[in-house]
Design a protein around this ligand. Structure first.
Ligand code: SDX
Length: 393
């Protein structure tokens, strides 16, 4: 029941919590955002509409959508002083390091939306984070490649604006291909929320202390960075490149099964899904579409990925462990085809998940019975004993 701690020797014990936002059935491979199947949203909706749904619980009518989109659009610029903040980082800093630092510092620039007891300030903070994370991610990317920052534009949609801020340069106009914007928008939708995963639980736990929303989201970004979590999309593409060709797949399958080898197939397995990750299915279809659009045929990385999936899904070990491709298995192939370096894969996951983190944070912080999170433990250390002077040890 809600609030009951369940102890698990793997120290993966989780504090169950009640939520109305996202539902996952790991055995059925089902994912619902506020009751709507991810497959239907990916096909018929768009990211900002999914943001409205996650934040408010219902799909918007036309007027509500226009108001929401106008408000988000008008919050996409960051405080000009924040540009200097980027310049404190080395150019080769991982964009995730920059994002953790810059988002964590946002409370120093947006004082009027840090009081979590004020519903109005909570609303403003939510809009600012949804609106500004793509700008901050794009700035982290531009800074890492030594190009000037590109300001957001109010005449572009959310995903197109992000691509424009990443790929435009002052020297010449950059026209965002609509199909790429659609593919990016779909990637954002697929990553928007995912129940009580590690980074969302981090945001909830940080928020339960009353910390400001910017600090909580920075904590979520830090947790997402790990290769077992959101960092898997970068690690997966690097693994596919390392495999290089389909004839080397058996070697890596053997390593993944070897308990003495720490190697794991990145982009495979999940704490909850013991069937196909429904997001991976949509992502796989999108990969084919984007590569076709870009005229990239016989992409070796995609060929290795598809053959690896086919072999693994027939392998007794993976079948017995119920290991299937997850959301990170195909996403990197699409992002690489779009022109992003692997270091930008997890930042894109982070900016997409920000709305989920905020929705979950708002649900937690607005619960009047809410208390600070305080996981317990099963103590297996030394029993009580008296101090021993150093010469008697
Ligand atoms: C995300 O929680 C979420 O919702 C996360 C996420 C989200 O949207 O927020 O879905 C995003 O983080 C997806 C996961 C991305 N990570 C990776 O792709 C990294 C590779 N995957 C693994 O590290 C692993 O599958 C985890 C971390 C995802 C889950 O780890 P667990 O909890 O150990 O996996 P499990 O309990 O399901 O494992 C069952 C068995 C174990 O062996 P035994 O201890 O039973 O002998 O399968 C093994 C694992 O060792 N195993 C793998 C494996 N994943 C699990 N063996 C080889 N390759 C793998 N990828």
């Amino acid at each position: 029941e809600a609030g009951v701690f369940t102890y698990d020797p793997g120290f993966t014990s989780t504090a169950a919590c009640e939520s109305t936002i996202t539902y996952i059935d790991g055995d059925q491979g089902e994912l619902l955002y506020r009751g709507y199947p991810i497959e239907q949203l990916a096909e018929k909706s768009h990211y900002l509409e999914v943001c409205y749904l996650l934040l408010n619980g219902e799909l918007p009518d036309r007027e509500q959508m226009e108001t929401f989109e106008r408000t988000v659009t008008r919050h996409t610029m960051v405080h000009e002083q924040m540009h200097n903040f980027f310049r404190g980082f080395r150019r080769d800093a991982h964009p995730m390091a920059t994002m953790v630092g810059v988002v964590g510092a946002m409370s120093a620039f947006y004082h009027d939306s840090t009081d979590v007891t004020d519903p109005r300030q909570r609303e403003v903070a939510s809009f600012r984070l949804v609106a500004k994370l793509p700008t901050i991610a794009a700035m982290a990317y531009k800074y890492s490649i030594g190009q000037p920052f590109v300001y957001p534009r109010n005449d572009l949609g959310y995903a197109a604006n992000f691509l424009h801020m990443c790929f435009a340069v002052p020297a010449e106009p950059y026209h965002v291909p609509p199909e790429l914007a659609t593919a990016m928008d779909r990637i954002m939708m697929l990553h928007a929320d995912h129940e009580q995963n590690a980074s969302t639980s981090t945001v909830r736990l940080a928020g339960s202390s009353g910390a400001n929303p910017f600090a909580c989201i920075a904590a979520g970004i830090a947790c997402l960075w790990g290769p077992a979590h959101g960092g898997a999309n970068q690690a997966c593409l690097e693994m596919l490149r390392q495999i290089g060709s389909v004839d080397r797949i058996p070697e890596f399958i053997a390593r993944a099964k070897d308990k003495n080898d720490p190697f794991r197939l990145m982009g495979f397995g999940h704490r909850v899904y013991k069937n196909f990750d429904p997001r991976a299915k949509v992502m796989k279809q999108s990969a084919d579409e984007v590569l076709d659009l870009l005229g990239i045929h016989n992409n070796p990385t995609l060929q290795v990925a598809k053959e690896l999936e086919r072999i693994a899904l027939e392998d007794d070990y993976f079948v017995s462990k119920k290991l299937y491709p997850n959301v990170d298995f195909y996403s990197g192939i699409i992002l690489e085809a779009m022109g992003f370096p692997t270091s930008m894969f997890t930042p894109i996951f982070a900016l997409s998940r920000t709305v989920g983190w905020i929705s979950q944070w708002k649900e937690m912080i607005s619960d009047p019975s809410g208390r600070i999170g305080r996981p317990r433990q099963l103590y297996t250390g030394a029993p009580a004993r008296d101090y021993v002077e150093v010469d008697n040890r």
